[in-house]
Design a binder for this molecule. Structure first.
Ligand code: ZN
Length: 286
């Protein structure tokens, strides 16, 4: 399957003034409400007393977290608590959430937006946690107009404008050093969906080159497909080849979990991701 992230120039993500002026208008319109919300949130935040020991138990074994400086870890902690105050974490189907899991999930969730800000998650409000994989039913139409029903087991799922669904079992398997992280994966989908449907590219920042992104991601896609066909070792999970949206989500997971692997295989793609996430996991190593 060829890479088909964007098809025409008009589908390129916003890279300039349009994106900025839209944000400015929204900020002005909601400023009084946002000020009130932030005041409330700051008050609630001061009342939450999470000890250093609790943070250590929740995130201390996660290599990605350990890579950050003490100051960055403090920012991750604050952002994670703000996420818990803003979003609803709902356990269903027998899943049980305790404080340890809440802190671990929130800590993992905010790493991608550490330098972008929590507003990048404002399109979703609810995180649903299943006990074990959950069964998703989808229908899709083929080129002859025939609608197919598909039932599949999933480890996670993100919808445009929410909610985000995660299997608790897969959350527990995340961040173990093998590149897998369902929390980062699903939240990367929500970033991708901010400018349109999931197409393998989030809205890029001013100054980022959308054509170069498209070119370099397509080259990496072709290289991964070739390696998979030849049974060569793969720098990322070949689930990435499902479609460009999965490609971006899997590469985002690898960017944070196994940055060397991504940087060695596709340095240009790695550079695009440092530009988008405004972080360089390889340079923040202790
Ligand atoms: Zn996915």
């Amino acid at each position: 399957m060829p890479y088909h992230g964007w098809k025409t120039d008009s589908e390129f993500p916003c890279t300039g003034e349009i994106a900025i002026s839209k944000q400015a208008t929204r900020r002005e319109r909601r400023s009084w409400w946002q000020r009130l919300s932030h005041w409330r949130e700051d008050r609630q935040l001061r009342r939450l007393a999470v000890s250093a020991e609790q943070w250590q138990q929740a995130l201390g074994d996660w290599a990605v977290y350990r890579r950050y400086s003490p100051e960055q870890q403090r920012r991750i902690q604050e952002l994670a608590l703000r996420l818990l105050l803003r979003k609803h974490l709902v356990a269903v189907n027998g899943a049980e959430l305790d404080d340890h899991l809440r802190l671990r999930i929130a800590g993992m969730a905010v790493v991608p937006v550490l330098e972008l800000g929590l507003d990048w998650y404002d399109r979703w409000q609810t995180l649903i946690l299943y006990d074990g994989p959950f069964v998703a039913e989808h229908s899709w139409e083929d080129e002859y107009g025939i609608v197919h029903q598909e039932v599949s087991e999933r480890s996670g799922e993100a919808w445009e404008r929410g909610p985000v669904v995660l299997s608790l079992e897969d959350v527990c398997h995340s961040g173990q050093g093998d590149g897998y992280n369902v929390v980062i994966h699903e939240l990367a989908h929500t970033l991708d969906m901010r400018d349109a449907s999931a197409n393998g590219a989030p809205p890029l920042h001013p100054g980022m080159d959308a054509a170069a992104w498209q070119h370099d991601f397509a080259a990496a896609w072709n290289d991964l497909a070739r390696r998979a066909d030849n049974d060569e070792p793969l720098p990322v999970d070949d689930y990435a080849l499902e479609d460009p949206a999965e490609f971006f989500a899997v590469l985002s997971e690898t960017f944070f979990e196994l940055p060397e692997s991504l940087q060695t295989a596709w340095p240009a793609v790695y550079r695009h991701l440092t530009g988008f996430y405004r972080q360089d996991p390889l340079s923040s190593r202790p």
